[in-house]
Write a protein that binds this ligand. Structure first.
Ligand code: GDG
Length: 511
């Protein structure tokens, strides 16, 4: 599929273009990032490592698609559905050529109503760029796990090459007045690569994971290049003020003269161009989520879950397999709660879904093993013939199953050690029937919004998790309802469409 539904790029009007070029050279420094670019009504051109669909070639040679899941897709898919535009990314099929992928995508029956642009990766690039630099270097370092990182120099070269390919793909498919919005840590060099290709598109970037403090970033030999490359975007968005401020510290440290003009807003300047930065906590499409959670199929599934629970209180965990999600820590807290509070035994069930993810990376396999050992030990220690405290599933649920569990769960136990935002907490707040309790790590971005609604915990302290589980168990119904009503309102007031509006307005990039 090409960049526009018609398959043809709209050419830039030439006279206007010439005038814009002059205007840009003559324009005085503006404190508003992209304000010296014309803000057109162009389309949204999104780029992320993965497309919202995955392609797999079967043994019969036929390509099959499935939906990709994860926080980025959950957030951005409704945005593109409502605004139209295009999404550029990889489909997860290594070594397939551009033409093959484009044809397979064009034929897929369940493709979304916006255009998809596949960027091919070789198996070696999947290994070095995706598993290597993105997930063995950037992910652990940015989440504060320097002991888990593996900074091999050849990873960096692959990262550069793939970012360049994304830039070429975007430059060749975006219309001249498109807003190009690049997402996440896999593609931090893309803005600079686009500029090197002569692009003067409006360029925005959003980081879905935390931006690390300087003392961690400094450990990475390529930190300076990454930080400088980000300055080529007009707008840089982060999940929290903490991440935004870490980035500004890094720009001050790594980009000489970045703050020479001392703007009141405190944003950096590169080559006379001001870059806008901001904190934009991401959200979900709450209206669509709530409607889907109230459909008849979901309600029937919820009844079935409740029937199988009997009188037990359901504590729900939903996490991708990842050491940053704090799953072993959650299990240790639950174990301690059972040890301390005999009234919980036989009365609660912790149902933990772990969604397979990156399991070819050794650190992830280790986490999976650790989880399985802990589940076995808790069930052996406290289980009886009639009751098992933990039900563990290493699987992926359909959306209806996920929503039914949100509805049926009395408690959502969300305990990341560090998380950009965490959408599971927000989804539960909207889908649940109004009497649930959110136990939430203070180190998830979402904690800034749920400070009074959730029971905040430090997941690395089993005691903190155990106390919260008992508090949730004992919480009077009136308090549960009041907290959940506020949590639902918090998400509804600022849903993903409001997030996009704020993001584009802040960067003065809206069409
Ligand atoms: C990154 C950041 C940030 C999970 N299991 C199933 C399933 N899911 C969906 C959930 C949710 C999403 O996956 C997970 O989102 P998170 O926010 O928890 O986490 P990441 O994937 O790590 O996302 C994160 C996010 O980007 C957005 O900016 O919040 O901090 O790490 O939407 O519902 N969906 C289905 N079946 C499952 O089994 N259908």
């Amino acid at each position: 599929m090409s960049g526009t539904p018609s398959g043809a790029r709209r050419a830039r009007p030439s006279s206007r273009s010439r005038r814009r070029g002059w205007e840009r050279r003559l324009a005085p420094l503006s404190p508003f990032g992209g304000s010296n670019r014309r803000r057109g009504a162009g389309r949204l051109s999104i780029a992320s490592n993965r497309l919202p669909v995955t392609l797999e070639c079967g043994q019969d040679g036929e390509w099959r698609t499935s939906s990709a899941s994860g926080g980025l897709v959950t957030a951005m898919d409704p945005v593109l559905r409502s605004r139209k535009g295009s999404w550029t990314g990889w489909v997860g099929a290594p070594d397939a050529g551009q033409e093959v992928l484009s044809r397979a995508l064009a034929r897929t029956p369940d493709r979304p109503p916006y255009s998809l642009q596949a960027v091919p990766l070789t198996a070696q690039e999947e290994d070095l760029f995706y598993r290597g630099f993105a997930n063995e270097v950037l992910w652990p370092l940015f989440h504060g796990f320097p002991d888990r990182w593996n900074p091999e120099p050849r990873y960096w070269e692959a990262y550069r090459a793939v970012n360049r390919r994304f830039a070429r793909s975007l430059a060749s498919t975006a219309d001249w007045d498109d807003l190009i919005w690049v997402h996440d840590y896999h593609l931090m060099l893309t803005g600079k690569e686009l500029r090197a290709l002569g692009s003067d598109h409006r360029l925005a970037f959003f980081l879905h994971i935390p931006f690390p403090p300087l003392h961690l970033l400094e450990r990475m030999p390529w930190a300076g290049e990454l930080v400088e490359a980000l300055c080529h975007f007009d707008l840089l968005g982060f999940q929290t003020r903490g991440s935004q401020s870490n980035y500004l510290d890094a720009a001050r440290a790594f980009v000489p003269g970045a703050f020479s003009h001392g703007l009141a807003h405190g944003d950096p300047i590169l080559q006379g161009r001001a870059i806008r930065t901001g904190a934009f906590p991401i959200s979900i499409d709450s209206t669509e989520f709530s409607a889907a959670a109230h459909g008849p199929v979901v309600e029937a599934m919820e009844r079935e879950i409740r029937r199988s629970l009997g009188n037990q209180m359901l504590i729900l965990g939903v996490d991708r397999l990842d050491y940053s999600k704090g799953i072993p820590e959650k299990l240790r807290g639950f174990d301690l709660a059972l040890e301390r509070s005999p009234e919980l035994r036989g009365s609660v069930l912790l149902k933990q879904l772990v969604v397979p993810s990156r399991d070819q990376i050794p650190a992830y396999r280790k986490t999976k093993d650790e989880i399985e050992v802990l589940v076995r030990s808790i069930n052996q220690r406290w289980g009886t013939d009639a009751w098992q405290p933990v039900e563990y599933l290493y699987a992926s649920w359909s959306r209806s199953e996920l929503l039914a569990h949100y509805r049926a769960a009395d408690v959502a136990l969300v305990t990341p050690l560090n998380d950009g935002m965490n959408l599971v907490a927000k989804e539960y707040a909207v889908a649940n029937q109004g009497s649930g309790v959110i136990i939430l790590s203070a180190f998830a971005g979402a904690a800034a919004e749920f400070g009074f609604e959730a029971l905040l915990v430090d997941p690395s302290e089993p005691d903190s998790v155990a106390v919260a589980i008992l508090s949730a168990f004992q919480m009077p119904m009136r308090e549960r309802r009041a907290r959940m009503a506020r949590a639902g309102t918090t998400v509804r007031i600022q849903d993903v469409h409001g997030w996009v509006r704020d993001f584009l307005a802040e960067g003065m990039l809206a069409g």
